[in-house]
Design a protein around this ligand. Structure first.
Ligand code: PEP
Length: 256
């Protein structure tokens, strides 16, 4: 079985229609290996436009649009939120859940993140579950405990069988948007821990779930990171806003 590789772009609260056009034309002749999916996650405002323009430009069918967030609630009085039904309506099939900015700025708890992952799976959306330790947690040797405490509530909520459809993005918080990348050896060691953690509960899930690395990935470091045994692609912030860089990163990913 070949495990799918994924390169996901997180535009955060950046971008506009000009960026949509720029990325769509920049990816027009991108060379992707087989078993690679590309997922571009703009702000809610551009989900539809990006999706339509990707289709109109007849880009590679492995290029998808994803949301940066979703509500764990079905519908109702939740101002500013977006539901799974709305994402389905827009033909969106991926969603980032539990990004460290959602956890730290908007105080999303691991339980809430678990409910969001469950809502996504129930709606047939693929959740990209973000986990990662802070710099202090890394220095004090708590990385593995922190990652376990972020993954386990999700497994408890959705059940290990459904977890097979989850994608995990390991993003050390100290490497996001800072220009500090984990060394490929450090990233591999942590990905290996995550895979072993999953294997304790299901070998099948451990073999199948793509593990993405995120944190200052760019065109210069992506090849070495993606070559690591347990790294199946990346979640890319800043470099995903530059079509030329993002194209190089997409081409570096390979299924394993
Ligand atoms: C991110 O936003 O998830 C991220 C990894 O950002 P950057 O690539 O800019 O560090």
């Amino acid at each position: 079985m070949t495990r799918q590789a994924i390169v996901a772009a997180n535009w955060k609260m950046n971008g506009d229609s000009a960026l949509v056009d720029n990325i769509v034309s920049g990816l027009a002749n991108v060379k992707l290996s087989s078993h690679v999916d590309v997922v571009i996650c703009p702000s809610f405002a551009y989900l539809s436009e990006l999706n339509q323009k990707i289709k109109a430009a007849k880009l590679n069918e492995a290029i998808h649009v994803g949301s940066q967030n979703l509500s764990e609630h079905e519908s109702g009085a939740f101002t500013g939120e977006i539901s799974t039904a709305m994402l389905q309506d827009l033909a969106i099939n991926y969603v980032i859940v539990g990004h460290s900015e959602r956890r730290s700025i908007y105080k999303e708890t691991s339980l809430q993140v678990a409910k969001k992952v469950n809502a996504a799976l129930d709606a047939g959306l693929t959740p990209i579950l973000c986990i990662g330790e802070s710099e202090v947690e890394r220095v004090t040797g708590e990385t593995e405990a922190v990652l376990s405490a972020q993954i386990q509530p999700v497994i408890d909520e959705v059940g290990i069988d459904k977890f097979i459809d989850v994608v995990i993005a390991y993003e050390p918080v100290w490497a996001i948007g800072t220009g500090k990348t984990a060394s490929s050896a450090m990233a591999q060691e942590t990905h290996k821990f995550i895979r072993q953690f999953l294997a304790q509960q299901s070998e099948l899930v451990s073999d199948k779930v793509p593990l993405l690395y995120g944190g200052s990935v760019n065109a210069a470091n992506c090849e070495e990171l993606f070559a690591q045994t347990d790294i199946d692609g990346g979640l890319i912030g800043g470099a995903s806003l530059k079509a030329e860089q993002f194209k190089i990163i997409c081409s570096a990913a390979k299924g394993k």
